[in-house]
Structures are given as structure tokens and as C-alpha cells.
Design a protein around this ligand. Structure first.
Ligand code: AMP
Length: 407
């Protein structure tokens, strides 16, 4: 029986070299931006104890209820492929006693994340996030700094920024009650899903696409009008700092994020060009999370952005060849060793160099030199010749020094 064709699992994809280069460049430039602001690299495992996400992300969230890839290891432990990065960062902060370091502790990460969602354009089961977190200070300057860093990283994409504040758990609790009774008062008009979750998480009703629910929620009381004085002041300060540097945002009191741990500031960058999956990156403050995971009470703020969506929302920029790239042409088999040595020498001198390895004719090799974007071809014949791939000019040279001098 012929075996079934092997393919990537549903919702996953291979990154081929052309796309791989763009992804690498994005991560490198994000890392450079974050390093300038004092963020260090923190790497955590791609799987953690399931309990971390249940406690950290929240039992009532979609992520924990239906989207986690959970499995049992051979020792009977329940493990989960990480669906997001903040819980792991907070675990590491507690585990390594980072509260004893000078605060805030500022870190960033990038890597694969996993959610069992229905795949569609811009939504995958394995995706890549770049994230940044600042723990140990509740200064609104950190909220503003992180928003500006994300804005800079997303600059090539066409995005708009939505901003709000969720206050603290007490005001949120009281507001939740107010909202519950408001939704109950309009129960016949809202969707079944919203009705089923009035008790668990009434805030999620703001997320609904259901027309009746949307109409009801347009008249709902707003948390942003119920903030206690300290939270209101904190939010005013975040906004003042963003205004200070001319960062534009839309105040969106209905902004709800899919994770339970947020307090105070929340934000999201959206790209209209992405259609249904328009969120490119977002985050907020989570002042209770470290405490909830068993650490000392520690404020925190951070964000995560999806690499795939950033690239989908960014125009492709043709990279100008800013590099000398040499293709080493092997006109005859007996020249192969010499060509090999020359290629190694060029690379050792910092020049991008590739040698023919597919047995093409000299003409075919010249075509290949063009395809790989070589700026020059070096023909290792009885004499050493250099051809400028842009002008077509070709001349005999004496040795490597002449090759390194631009033709
Ligand atoms: P979240 O952790 O849900 O706030 O997501 C942060 C960012 O990660 C989003 O703005 C997306 O860019 C990206 N993201 C989240 N889920 C997915 C997914 N299933 N597929 C692709 N990107 C995702």
C-alpha cells in the first residue's frame, strides 16, 4: 500500500529561506531596539507545567478552556506547550529570585507559541512571538516606554493603537457586578455565548461580533469611568507621556484582551489590512500576576507581537545589495580544489562567497551567479578572471587582493 503523503500538521507551516531571512531581520532589529532600552534576553522552555497557565492565564479564558496543547509526560506530569510568554517570564522571575535584583527587571524573548485554534489567514497553531516585559515597577513611564518600543518595532506595518485601562481587581470586581446586572437586564438581545458567560467573564461581551450583543454593549457602563483615583491618575500619566512624544492612540473603553491577568493599562496595535485577525501586537500591565504565581507582590507590564502578522502587514522591501557577494565559477573539474580554497579565503576575509557545486556549464554558472545576486563572479581558469555582474565588464586579475578591490 502506498504510504500517505507526509505534510506539516494542520495550522503549522515551513519557513522557506526567503521568508526566513525577513523573519530573522525582523527579530534582529527588534532585539536591537529593545537592547537600546535596556531589555535583556530571557529564554524559557516551550513547555511548562499545565498549572502555570491555568493559574497565570486564567481558567475562564478561551486559551485555557480550549486552546492548549496539553500532554502527559512519561512521569505522569501534565505539561502544556506554551500558549503565551508572560506566565513563563513571571515564573522565571520568581524561580530565580529576580525581585532581589535592582528593579525593574526588563527582558525580551522571541520564539514559537502554540494555540489549538481554527487555522485561517494570520491564525496558526504554531506561531512566533516577540515579547517584552518589565517587572518590579509600576511607573507609568514603563507602560509608555513599552508601547513606544512596540510602535517602533511595528513601524513598517500599517497599524493603529487602541488604548484603555482596566483598573485594579477591586474596581474590576465591582464593575463586573454592575455589568452583569446590565447584561442580565438585556438578556433577550445578547448572544447565547455571552449569556452563558455572564457569570464567568462579562467583560468578554465587548469582544462579541453578534449584532444584538454589540447594540446592547454600546450602551453598557464603562470601566474607564469607574477607575479609582490612583488608577485614573496612573492612566492619565501614561497618556501624558505618550502625548509628550506625539504618539497617537485611540481611547477604546471596550478594549478587552483574551487573558485574565491584566490590570490598569491595556493596549493593542491593529492593522486594517489584516482582515479578521487584525491584532498585530498588544499587552498591558499585570500587577497581580507574580503574586498569583507564588512570588512577592510585584507589578509588571509587557506585550507580545506576532511575527507572522507583522510581516503580513508590512510591505516587502527589496533589499539593495549592500554586500559584495562573489560567485566562484569552476570552469573545469581540475580547478575545483583551487576554487574551494579561494572560496574559503574570501569568506575568511568577510566577503559573501559561494562556489559552483551543481556541475553547470560556465554559461549556466554565470546565470546562477545572477540568480544568487552575486555582485561579481570569479572564474578560476588558467588565469583568475573577475566579472562585474552589474556592468558585465570582465578582466584578468593577479590574485585575491585584486578581487577584494571592487572592480
Ligand atoms: P496575545 O498573546 O493573544 O495578546 O497575542 C499577541 C499577538 O500574537 C497577536 O497580536 C498576534 O500577532 C499573535 N498571535 C496570537 N495568536 C496567534 C495565532 N493563533 N496565530 C498567529 N499569530 C497569533
Amino acid at each position: 500500500m502506498p504510504s500517505a503523503k507526509l505534510q506539516v500538521p494542520r495550522g503549522t507551516f515551513d519557513v522557506l529561506p526567503e521568508d526566513g531571512q525577513r523573519r530573522r531581520e525582523l527579530t534582529c532589529s527588534a532585539g536591537a531596539t529593545l537592547a537600546l532600552a535596556g531589555y535583556g534576553v530571557l529564554e524559557t522552555p516551550v513547555f511548562e507545567d499545565t498549572e502555570l497557565f491555568a493559574r497565570g492565564v486564567g481558567e475562564s479564558t478561551d486559551i485555557v478552556r480550549k486552546e492548549m496543547f496539553t500532554f502527559e509526560d512519561k512521569g505522569g506530569r501534565s505539561l502544556t506547550l506554551r500558549p503565551e510568554g508572560t506566565a513563563g517570564v513571571c515564573r522565571a522571575y520568581v524561580e530565580h529570585g529576580m525581585h532581589k535584583l535592582p528593579q525593574p527587571v526588563k527582558v525580551w524573548y522571541s520564539g514559537p507559541f502554540f494555540r489549538h485554534e481554527t487555522p485561517q489567514a494570520g491564525r496558526y497553531r504554531q506561531f512566533t512571538q516577540i515579547g517584552a516585559e518589565a517587572l518590579g515597577s509600576d511607573d507609568p513611564a514603563l507602560d509608555a516606554e513599552l508601547i513606544l518600543l512596540l510602535r517602533e518595532i511595528l513601524a513598517p506595518a500599517d497599524t493603529r493603537l487602541r488604548l484603555s485601562s482596566l483598573g485594579n481587581s477591586e474596581t474590576r470586581g465591582a464593575y463586573g457586578e454592575e455589568l452583569r446586572s446590565y447584561i442580565r437586564g438585556h438578556e433577550s438581545k445578547v448572544s447565547e455565548e455571552v449569556r452563558a458567560r455572564i457569570e464567568q467573564n462579562p467583560l468578554r461581551a465587548f469582544d462579541s461580533d453578534h449584532p444584538g450583543t454589540r447594540e446592547v454593549m454600546a450602551g453598557a457602563p464603562r470601566l474607564i469611568d469607574r477607575l479609582d483615583p490612583e488608577d485614573a491618575e496612573h492612566f492619565a500619566d501614561v497618556r501624558a507621556l505618550l502625548d509628550e512624544v506625539g504618539c497617537e492612540y485611540e481611547l477604546d473603553p471596550a478594549l478587552v484582551r483574551g487573558l485574565d491577568y491584566y490590570t490598569r493599562t491595556v493596549f493593542e496595535f491593529e492593522s486594517p489590512s489584516l482582515g479578521a485577525q487584525s491584532g498585530v501586537g498588544g499587552g498591558g500591565r499585570y500587577d497581580g500576576l507574580v503574586g498569583q504565581l507564588g512570588g512577592p507582590p510585584t507589578p509588571g507590564v509587557g506585550w507580545a507581537a506576532g511575527v507572522e502578522r507583522i510581516l503580513l502587514a508590512s510591505p516587502e522591501i527589496e533589499n539593495e545589495a549592500d554586500l559584495r557577494r562573489i560567485y566562484v565559477v569552476v570552469p573545469a573539474p581540475e580547478k575545483r580544489a583551487e576554487a574551494f580554497r579561494l572560496t574559503q579565503t574570501l569568506r575568511a576575509r568577510g566577503v559573501a562567497a559561494e562556489m559552483e557545486t551543481a556541475g553547470r556549464s560556465v554559461k549556466g554558472q554565470m546565470k546562477q551567479a545572477d540568480r544568487v545576486g552575486a555582485t561579481a563572479a570569479v572564474i578560476v581558469g588558467d588565469e583568475l578572471e573577475v566579472r562585474n555582474m552589474l556592468s558585465g565588464e570582465q578582466k584578468v586579475v593577479k590574485g585575491i587582493e585584486d578581487i577584494l578591490t571592487p572592480v
